[in-house]
Design a protein around this ligand. Sequence first.
Ligand code: 48N
Length: 334
Amino acid sequence: MSPPAAIYEPAFVVTKTDLKVKPLSEVITVNGEASQVKLLEQFGGKWDSFKFAPIRESQVSRAMTRRYFSDLDKYAESDIVIIGAGSCGLSTAYVLGKARPDLKIAIIEANVSPGGGAWLGGQLFSAMILRKPADAFLNDLGVPFEEDPANPSFVVVKHAALLTSTLLSRVLSFPNIKLFNATSVEDLITRPAATGNPQDTRIAGVVTNWTLVTLHHDDQSCMDPNTINAPVVISTTGHDGPFGAFSAKRLVSMAAVEKLGGMRGLDMNSAEDAIVKNTREVTKGLIIGGMELSEIDGSNRMGPTFGAMVLSGVKAAEEALKVFDERKRECAEN
Ligand code: 48N
């Protein structure tokens, strides 16, 4: 008798996904009807007579430039600046946007495309793993996820881009938040401490430039930057990439921090707890969260699990609101 054929057990059984996000057809309606059907009715089969409304090119130019320069003027004095629109920075912005619609929040992102390392899971695979209790963040945001009864300690978002695109769209929908992408923070605005000790330096904003300019300071004559004043800066610039751990490294080069701890090897269990618990104001006016923190503290890296990023964002938002009033007062005085 032939040996029993190996019975293939799927890696894990996917339970019903708890789809919280309404189907698009229920969200976007025109005169109460699902818009997809409406669009086909409106345009389908009528392309011969199709024509866009007439325009003059300068109208496009003015529509863009007026808005951009009005935003630069408005956010030149921001309440909070977030450096880096990766998973931690966007999570921070999402929590702050919901908690404090009265605050002006500027996000400065070096890349043209925000999202940092959260468009894919590990090694360019699609699925994103978040360890519990980070599923609470997914429920709050309305991102569906899968659970595996055999592995109850984590949940799986079927594609990392589903979390990042949902988070990004929610952050961009807040009227008090402005994303300046393709823009780099290339320095920090500082205020000396009464003690004269550089480690008591207060951060009072950021120094910015177009990223394409920032990348060419070595091969062009001086191209001066721009500035944004803010009583609280939250730096979530990650641990890799051309500008990884920007603020952490800048604090060391200005002697506000003695030296970098340097990110340690991969250990999921210790890394994620450490990043969330230690997200904090590392020097007056500057909060560091996400993977950038591992460079300051010398904590481990966690590899392809993202729960700590979103919950470090929650902690960073809480830390910012704790110190905001006092930092705002200090900024008003100097
Ligand atoms: O996604 P990242 O790199 O950073 P986090 O901390 O939001 O998320 C980190 C996470 O993706 C991991 O690294 C995972 C969990 N892996 C861990 C591991 O062990 O490998 O986003 C940082 C963002 C990027 O979009 C950068 O372009 C941007 O910050 N950025 C800046 N933007 C403006 N000015 C700068 N100076 C700057 N530096 C980085």
